[in-house]
Design a protein around this ligand. Structure first.
Ligand code: GLN
Length: 219
């Protein structure tokens, strides 16, 4: 990390993304399609959210499908299943190169687990987000719940659905906290990487998807 300072377990001062964002603004016209990884999990609802914003969208099933995309959403599902399905092709190399070439990478829930640098219990991950994430970390009683998450960068509160959700445990100072639930970070951004521990695609607000399209258009 270029800002040094090692890992911290308590989030420090936050720097919210300054781009003006209005959740109620009109359709977003993007030139390049945004991709949704369609190997497993809740990809159809993510694709529908992008379409509802009038953005061209492509379901990505092969590495070759990444060509020409502005970004990729890795949906929630089951990260271990996703990892198994990714064995068929060199997905990790392809996604790291895709990111390096300027694309936006987003992940929700299992997708966030895939993006993190460290996963508890340990499993392979892309390591593009300088954070530690713990799987299934909300305990059995609250396996699934719905909550309002304040996200100043989106100019709105987001209705977030947490389903056997992970928790961010350590954040590098280079990581911005975009949203919190009960005081703890649940939506993070590091450059062109955005990761949330909840499902934003199950509600009618597409504020997060719009934010991703805007982020992609700025890079
Ligand atoms: N528990 C899942 C995992 O560990 C994530 C759950 C989800 O994506 N809703 O991968």
């Amino acid at each position: 990390m270029d800002r040094g300072g090692g890992m911290r377990s308590e989030p420090g001062p936050e720097t919210f993304v300054s781009a003006a964002h209005r959740a109620d603004a009109g359709p977003f016209s993007a030139a390049q399609p945004f991709g949704v990884l369609a190997l497993q999990g809740d990809f159809a609802a993510h694709a529908a959210a992008f379409r509802a914003l009038d953005s061209p969208v492509r379901e990505v099933r092969r590495v070759a499908d990444l060509a020409g995309l502005a970004g990729l959403m890795i949906p929630g599902g089951e990260s271990t299943t996703l990892l198994n399905l990714m064995r068929d092709e060199p997905w990790f190399e392809a996604l790291r190169a895709f990111h390096q070439q300027g694309a936006v990478l987003a992940g929700t829930c299992a997708g966030a687990i895939l993006l993190a640098r460290e996963v508890m219990p340990a499993q392979p991950s892309l390591g593009l987000l300088a954070a530690t994430i713990e799987r299934n970390a909300w305990g059995r009683q609250v396996d699934s719940f719905e909550a309002e998450v304040e996200v100043p960068a989106l100019g709105a509160a987001v209705t977030a659905v947490f389903i056997r959700a992970p928790r961010f445990r350590k954040l590098d100072p280079a990581v911005e906290v975009l949203g919190r639930y009960a005081g703890e970070p649940v939506l993070l951004r590091q450059g062109r990487v955005v990761a949330g521990t909840f499902h934003p695609e199950l509600t009618r607000s597409h504020a997060l998807h719009r934010y991703l399209l805007e982020l992609a258009s700025r890079h």
